[in-house]
Design a protein around this ligand. Structure first.
Ligand code: AMP
Length: 466
């Protein structure tokens, strides 16, 4: 798979509010953890669409002047993270196009697994693509001459798509929220002063003062227009649910409701189970901030081992994964987290984190603890080893870079220089969430892909031996 296809993103939209632009700005701000590479907003007052997109963080891109220029009462916003190959302004979203029926903007979270195939078909007929994102396919499908009514045309277009997509679509007269038939990525709906709001995570509703109402259902289209709200399902038949469990493990904010339940509660429960599955005599539980905080609290509660902060995080450094090169990532470790020597010196530590991906940053952190004089370091990870690539929107590296695809747990333990290392079991993970176990996608742990992965992804699958 080309690295360009992999992205994770955040969506926010509001229909018919006098402060729509500012609310969208704050909504995007609160979803910044879902993407820090580019951001964009598109607004309308019913005639044309106004858009502004830029590279960087929401606060840097949307100055007071830019926000004033966007003014309108209907707005959608998008934050995006992708790998370096596709880090260009052309790929920033919402994508905005003019076609026969007028202007149209799309913001997409997730990853399509049949975009290469569809793109080839369009290109063979002479279509010109302006970006390298899979999201542009959706524009091309919608821009096809509609041989049916508007709803049927949208349904037809959505049925062509395979994989993960939570979408916000904006035209001068409508705002539409869509979630793929499996419900891979989250998308919820709220209300603010009577105006409907849609967001990837409920933390964005909280921040703007909106009330959480519900999730957009898998396969649901919700449309807001001058005629009010309506909703319908687009899939031909019900599909297997496949909520991305990694949203709960790592990706979403702990103050969000995702797939209908509190991320914080789930992470606490992961930590409690981890303590029961993998106890170890120790003096202190130390979280890796911020990703391990909630699970460490759970581990501490269940094990009765006190939790202390052994690391201090510099909040002005971005997520270390976001650095483009391995070298930059390594030097980013100490910059981002520093050890409180007083806390860890001479102590037996249980260090809790959510996941190990490449092992690079974990290794650096263990080294910092050793240098500070920790007596024993026992690492506990609140999910199973990640050994398989994600094709549905989480940016994991190529399988050969996934440490668990190359090494056994014992080899990873030695590689990271740990006294012990243990991961939560898959059953423990699935027992900590409240939807039925078969409602989640766990492909990154199990290699079982809910939606068949075809075309150029096959090579990667082969490489990851699944
Ligand atoms: P490493 O030891 O280099 O594999 O890095 C592990 C750290 O990366 C953990 O603290 C995770 O919270 C964090 N992490 C996990 N998945 C991702 C991701 N997709 N993007 C950025 N960071 C991640």
């Amino acid at each position: 798979m080309s690295r360009e296809a992999r992205e994770f993103c955040g969506l926010f939209g509001i229909y018919g509010h006098p402060e729509a632009v500012h609310k969208t700005f704050y909504g995007m701000y609160s979803l910044q953890h879902r993407g820090q590479e580019s951001a964009g907003m598109c607004t309308t007052a019913g005639q044309t669409l106004l858009a502004h997109r830029g590279m960087g963080l929401v606060g840097e891109i949307f100055t007071r002047d830019v926000l004033e220029g966007l003014r309108n009462p209907v707005a959608i916003g998008h934050v995006r993270y992708s790998t370096t190959g596709s880090s260009t302004i052309q790929n920033a979203q919402p994508l905005l196009f003019n076609y026969a029926a007028g202007p149209l903007a799309i913001a997409h979270n997730g990853n399509l697994v049949n975009s290469g195939h569809l793109r080839k078909q369009f290109e063979a007929r002479g279509s010109i693509f302006q970006t390298s994102t899979d999201s542009e396919i959706i524009m091309h499908l919608l821009a096809q001459p509609a041989e049916r009514g508007a709803d049927e045309h949208l349904i037809w277009a959505l049925r062509q798509l395979r994989g993960a997509f939570s979408l916000l679509i904006l035209t001068p007269s409508r705002m539409i929220a869509v979630r793929d038939a499996h419900g891979f990525r989250p998308l919820c709906v709220g209300v603010l002063d009577g105006a409907p709001v849609a967001a990837s995570e409920s933390c964005a509703l909280d921040i703007v003062g909106a009330k959480y109402l519900r999730e957009v259902k898998p396969g649901e289209v919700v449309e807001w227009s001058a005629n009010g709200e309506r909703s319908f399902l687009f899939p031909e038949k019900p599909e297997v649910p496949a909520h991305c469990i990694f949203e709960h493990v790592y990706f979403a904010r702990p103050d969000s409701l995702v797939f209908g339940e509190s991320v914080h509660r789930v992470r606490m429960s992961l930590g409690e189970r981890l303590a029961r599955e993998h106890p170890v005599p120790a003096d202190l539980v130390i979280p890796i901030p911020d990703s391990g905080n909630d699970a460490a609290l759970g581990y501490s509660h269940a094990s009765k081992i006190p939790m202390e902060h052994g690391f201090v995080r510099n909040h002005y450094v971005g997520r270390t994964f976001i650095q483009p090169t391995q070298g930059a990532r390594v030097s980013g470790v100490g910059l981002k987290l520093n050890v409180i020597g007083e806390v860890v010196r001479g102590k037996r530590l249980v260090v809790v984190d959510d996941s190990i991906i490449r092992g690079t940053t974990s290794r650096g952190r263990v080294r910092l603890l050793r240098q500070a004089g920790a007596k024993e370091i026992h690492m506990r990870i609140s999910c199973p080893p990640i050994a398989h690539p994600c094709f549905y929107g989480i940016d994991f590296p190529n399988p050969e870079e996934l440490v668990a695809a190359r090494m056994s747990v014992e080899e990873i333990r030695r590689h990271l220089d740990l006294d012990s290392l243990a991961y939560l079991s898959l059953d423990g993970l699935l027992s900590s969430v409240s939807n039925p176990k078969d409602h989640y996608c766990t492909a990154c742990y199990s290699g079982q892909y809910r939606v068949p992965v075809t075309e150029k992804f096959t090579k990667l699958l082969h490489e990851s031996k699944c």
